[in-house]
Design a protein around this ligand. Structure first.
Ligand code: NDP
Length: 243
């Protein structure tokens, strides 16, 4: 058994930085052709384009906000013209927010819901006509959605919402040969190093003794994207070092 994604065509939202970038590079290195999107032009986008070129394959970086229906339509059209169809959709784009619930403004509630739940709704629905039989839809949730955490009630509500969305879509889309699953990361250290006290706290809490990396998440995403997971549907896989 070998994890190969050669010939697979993937859309990964929010790939310019952090976990999404790790997922894009992981899928591309395993042989997939990848379209990814981001909101902000930056050096991170340029350097990702450079790395993808070095890996080789048919990859595209598209500026598109997943919370905007017109931009999602344009993104899906880009996928259609450059890839033709899709075998994998990874919903990684998301925003985090720390606000005490009692002070949470309605605008901030809506911003987080529109990005973290509205985006996956729009992208999944609009991409459906492009999905091939056997395609894999993967939502990036969060470990805190099931355990809870102060100051992030709105964020955790959206991530828990993805679990419900997944369970229902697994049943609704399964008969069409589509699989839908969640990957729920614990604390992942991305480009910005965690402050020393945060790292020490997590090192004590996490049995494996370290924070996760984008590559740790990308490995599980690659498994769910591959045919090795062909009978896994409606599941949430935690990637949290056993926290
Ligand atoms: P980052 O903030 O580092 O990166 C987010 C990426 O998504 C960026 O490329 C950003 O691009 C893009 N993005 C955000 N909103 C949108 C949007 N509306 N449309 C298009 N692109 C968008 O996040 P992380 O890598 O830390 O997190 C990635 C995912 O993993 C999120 O869903 C997060 O909730 C989840 N997660 C993260 C954990 C962690 O410890 N880091 C733990 C558990 C879950 P741009 O800057 O251009 O907007």
């Amino acid at each position: 058994m070998e994890l190969k994604l050669t010939g697979k065509k993937a859309l990964v939202t929010g790939g310019s930085r952090g976990i999404g970038r790790g997922i894009v590079l992981g899928l591309a290195r395993a042989g997939a052709d990848v379209v990814t999107c981001y909101r902000t032009e930056s050096e991170a986008v340029t350097s990702l384009a450079r790395e993808l070129k070095e890996i080789g394959g048919n990859h595209q970086l598209v500026k598109a906000d997943v919370s905007d229906p017109a931009e999602v339509d344009a993104l899906v059209e880009d996928c259609r013209t450059s890839l033709g169809s899709l075998d994998v959709v990874v919903h990684n784009a998301g925003v985090i927010s720390h606000v005490p619930f009692a002070e949470l403004p309605v605008e901030e509630w809506r911003r987080v819901v529109e990005n973290n739940l509205g985006g996956p709704y729009l992208v999944t629905q609009r991409a459906l006509p492009l999905l091939s039989a056997g395609a894999s839809i993967i939502f990036i949730g969060s470990r805190v959605a099931t355990v809870g955490i102060p100051l992030r009630s709105h964020y955790t509500a959206t991530k828990a919402g993805l679990v419900g969305l997944t369970r229902s879509l697994a049943k609704e889309l399964g008969p069409r040969g589509l699989r839908v699953n969640v990957v729920a990361p614990g604390p992942i250290e991305t480009e910005e190093p965690a402050p020393a006290e945060v790292r020490e706290r997590y090192q004590k809490m996490i049995p494996l003794g370290r924070l996760g990396t984008p590559e740790d998440v990308a490995g599980v995403v690659a498994f769910l994207a591959s045919d090795l997971s062909r009978f896994v549907n409606g599941e949430t896989i935690n990637v949290d070092g056993g926290i």
